[in-house]
Design a protein around this ligand. Structure first.
Ligand SMILES: Cc1cc2nc3c(=O)[nH]c(=O)nc-3n(C[C@H](O)[C@H](O)[C@H](O)COP(=O)(O)O)c2cc1C
Length: 400
């Protein structure tokens, strides 16, 4: 007998749980699904208070006083650790720390001002911005999945002119670098958005979301075609001197030629990865659940895929790589760094804990102190092979 599927719908979010029946209780294969967007390690109220009092330092790692506060000497030692990172040395994009927030999960930064000290973030990638306003996809637009979530927001945003008018003056007063995530359906779209952002005080850089359908190529995504990825990167490069980050899609067989083409076209850094294409079925199984049929999978479920992409890309490019995908803890940050990422972005996990990125930056400092390091740079690339290995397309074999 099958487990009973219980679906709870709340606004845009659908939560699925499996309620064991009398017979399924005896079957070990039926388990309740653990929600992906709750903190992996629950923090007790006492520990949380201690975190706040210590400015977010990882109490356990510091050999702290009984009340959980680092001593003055420990605080000074933590402050001496250099966690800054140059993403575009020639163009002056230096992050105060390598923990950024991912596009689409932190709005334009201002929305979180009440709950997070945004100035402590390494950088903010704002919601995808297009030339004209977009209302996004029909609902439902999100649903929870085992180990993650699916979203099909559809780049809802007010358009670049409104973004500049509303948020430009606020960003101008911030120390934290704000990187505008740019999307478009044609190269001209991308170039025009970037031209308008070029030189705008408060805009520290551009992150190109190239996982968009290219109308000129019959809807084929820029991110899955090497030549299209090269063309859009080169065109934007010609249009601006702003630091240029380009975000890879994992939805390709071999990501390496695409990453190389993006580097050759003048990108300053590569972000990896965007969401994986996925699908959920409606509760009555008569249709796809999401209004847009397909959605992008994110959260802990995609971390191994993201690590694989970072690992492969790190072996073919020499520009900085920013790892994205399922980061919820310091261990995840360190895994991405070991595979060659110099910085990471936190996305889905922010919905459960908006302060997580700030805590992770502090925990990274504590980890360096614990290991006797002055910076985290020795932790980057430690898992990479000495010589470039076989690509995953060749390395993954099915052997029954
Ligand atoms: C609700 C939602 C909206 C997103 N919107 C964008 C977007 O506008 N532009 C973009 O490049 N990526 C967008 N992403 C992808 C994230 O920036 C990130 O690449 C992805 O979620 C993987 O990271 P995570 O597993 O930490 O969430 C979005 C993700 C989510 C969950």
């Amino acid at each position: 007998m099958k487990a009973k599927k219980k679906v709870v719908t709340s606004g845009d979010v659908r939560i699925t749980a499996y309620k064991p029946t009398a017979r399924t209780k005896r079957r070990e294969t039926v388990r309740a699904i653990k929600s992906a967007i709750v903190p992996i390690t629950p923090v007790s109220p006492a520990a949380q208070r201690a975190r706040i009092e210590t400015g977010g330092a990882a109490v356990a790692d510091l050999g702290t006083t009984p009340v959980g506060r680092p001593t003055l000497a420990e605080r000074a030692a933590l402050d001496r650790i250099d966690v800054s990172v140059d993403l575009a040395p020639a163009r002056g994009l230096r992050l105060p720390n390598p923990i950024m927030v991912a596009s689409g999960t932190f709005g334009y930064g201002v929305e979180y001002g009440e709950v997070v000290d945004v100035q402590k973030l390494g950088g903010i990638c704002c919601k995808g911005t297009t030339l004209r306003p977009r209302i996004g996809n029909p609902p439902p637009r999100v649903t929870e999945t085992p180990g993650g979530m699916l979203n099909s927001i559809g780049l809802q945003n007010p358009g670049v002119a409104a973004v500049i008018e509303k948020y430009g003056p606020i960003w101008q007063g911030w120390d934290v670098p704000v990187i505008v995530n740019v999307a478009g359906e044609s190269i001209d779209d991308y170039v025009e958005v970037v031209r308008r952002l070029d030189g705008l005080p408060g805009v520290a850089g551009i992150e190109l979301n190239i996982s968009c359908p290219n109308v000129g190529k019959g809807g084929l995504q820029f991110a899955i075609d090497r030549d299209a990825a090269r063309s859009v990167t080169a065109a934007v490069r010609r249009a601006t001197e702003l630091p240029l980050l380009v975000k890879l899609s994992p939805n390709v067989a071999d990501v390496r030629p695409i990453a190389k083409a993006i580097e050759d076209a003048g990108a300053d850094a590569i972000c990896a990865i965007n969401t994986l294409s996925g699908l959920a079925v409606s509760p009555d199984r008569t249709r796809a659940f999401l209004g847009n049929t397909f959605g992008g999978l994110s959260g802990p479920a995609i971390k191994p895929v993201a690590l694989r992409v970072v690992y492969e890309v790190a072996q073919v490019v020499s520009i900085p790589i920013i790892g994205i995908g399922g980061v919820t803890s310091l261990d995840d940050v360190l895994d991405f760094m070991a595979c060659g990422a110099v910085a990471v972005q936190i996305g889905t996990a922010i919905f459960a804990d908006p302060e997580l990125p700030v805590h992770l930056a502090d925990e990274l400092r504590s980890e360096c102190l614990r290991r006797g390091l002055e910076s985290y740079r020795p932790l980057v690339g430690t898992a990479l092979p000495k010589r470039a290995g076989a690509p995953s397309v060749k390395g993954v074999e099915y052997r029954p």
